[in-house]
Design a protein around this ligand. Structure first.
Ligand SMILES: Cc1cc2nc3c(=O)[nH]c(=O)nc-3n(C[C@H](O)[C@H](O)[C@H](O)COP(=O)(O)OP(=O)(O)OC[C@H]3O[C@@H](n4cnc5c(N)ncnc54)[C@H](O)[C@@H]3O)c2cc1C
Length: 365
């Protein structure tokens, strides 16, 4: 490890395994709090954070309900990523609206009646009844809803910017972490001759293979995404069954995604591609070219809530994981929560995300 200071004797505060969105943002939070952190990551081109669509959106689903904890997660989310952009000197946030077309007259009527009531005012900016020019590029003759407080984070750009930052700080090592090579001690642990107070698993779905955290009820989900060149560049995110983003810095729009438990792998699935295309054709009126297709595995959990906290037996082992399909909106809030807990044991991790919720049922003592 390229340390900027001698670490052979000193005990460092934390070793983080994995530098996807979870590990990156947690490391950032701990560093900002003045802790001494090291990161080990074996980048894989198809890791979730490298291929994600990167959308954030406070209301989702067919019934358009507020997402879990939206009132806490969303008010500071864009500012958080804007500050990171400044710090990392990179651009990855695009706070653009989402346009969600109506498919039936009935739907349009329902939303006209309810869009500005208390349940939706925070998320719906306005309603279009089919007058906009945009509609000729979309199969949206009935118009649709414009959702605010939504956008995308280019997660690959974010992760790459963080890698450069951590390399500059001399705290990053590109390697595969081997948990059998770690020695647990009464004060913490030793890995490759360096003493740490604690180790934090932020290694995505692969934490499911760990002898320490494999007992947690992960329910990983594969998904495909297409990268497209569109004849008409989307001017905001189009979202109905699938999403299509405006062209990003990498020159393509992203369109996805699918959810599949079997086969659970990072191989693009033909059926998945067909599914995306069939939904896209119901949404847009323009031609497009598929430039690339990618697939990854989301680190999802049995109750769709993150996994945070300390190992039931080993006080020096922690986990920050289970961000599922919502890494962009969950990571800043819960990394901050874990940091606060590490700095002050009296600061409790939310019971909804603390892994203690799974201990009774899943941990084999
Ligand atoms: C198709 C698809 C679409 C998605 N779309 C969105 C979206 O629109 N919006 C959204 O918010 N989220 C989306 N997600 C989810 C999002 O990608 C995840 O929530 C997030 O990336 C999880 O980040 P992570 O850091 O926990 O895991 P990962 O991204 O998997 O990162 C874990 C890192 O740990 C490394 N690692 C693992 N084991 C080891 C080891 N032993 N040693 C060293 N390194 C190791 C891995 O190589 C990787 O770099 C999507 C995911 C997929 C698959």
């Amino acid at each position: 490890m390229e340390n900027t200071q001698s670490t052979s004797q000193a005990t460092l505060d934390a070793l983080i395994i994995g530098q996807g969105i979870a590990g990156s943002i947690l490391a950032h939070e701990l560093l900002e709090a003045g802790l001494q952190v090291r990161i080990i990551d074996k980048p894989q081109p198809r890791s979730s954070s490298r291929i994600a669509g990167g959308l954030y959106n406070p209301i989702t689903g067919r019934t358009m309900v507020k997402t879990w904890r939206a009132d806490e997660l969303f008010p500071h989310l864009e500012d958080y990523y804007r500050n990171l952009e400044q710090k990392l000197k990179a651009r990855f946030l695009r706070d653009c609206k989402i346009f969600r077309p109506f498919f039936t007259q009935e739907e349009q009527n329902e939303w006209l009646a309810q869009w500005d009531d208390d349940r939706y005012r925070h998320a719906i900016e306005r309603i279009d009844t089919g007058q906009m020019d945009l509609n000729k590029h979309l199969k949206a003759t009935l118009g649709g809803l414009y959702l605010k407080n939504a956008g995308t984070v280019e997660t690959l750009t974010l992760v790459e910017a963080f890698t450069r930052h951590f390399i500059n700080l001399g705290i990053y090592k590109e390697a595969s972490f081997d948990e059998h090579a770690m020695e647990l001690t009464s004060e913490g642990l030793i890995y490759e001759g360096v003493h740490y107070r604690r180790l934090i698993f932020a290694n995505g779905y692969q934490a499911g293979n760990s002898q320490y955290f494999g007992w947690l009820p992960f329910r990983p989900v594969s998904g495909d995404i297409l990268e497209l060149e569109c004849e008409q560049e989307p001017y905001c995110i189009y979202n109905r069954g699938i999403f299509l983003t405006p062209k990003g810095d990498r020159g393509t729009s992203r369109c996805g995604s699918t959810y599949r438990h079997k086969p659970l792998d990072e191989q693009v699935n033909d059926e998945g591609v067909m599914q995306i295309e069939s939904k896209l054709q119901k949404l847009v009126n323009f031609n497009y070219k598929i430039v690339n297709a990618v697939a990854g595995i989301r680190p999802a959990t049995y109750d769709r809530k993150p996994f945070l906290g300390r190992h039931p037996k080993h006080n020096q082992l922690y986990i920050f994981n289970g961000l599922g399909a919502k890494g962009v909106s969950l990571a800043p809030f819960f990394a901050t929560q874990l940091k606060n807990h590490l700095l002050n044991k009296n600061y409790l991790i939310d019971s909804e995300v603390n892994i203690t919720r799974c201990e009774k049922k899943f941990f084999n003592h």
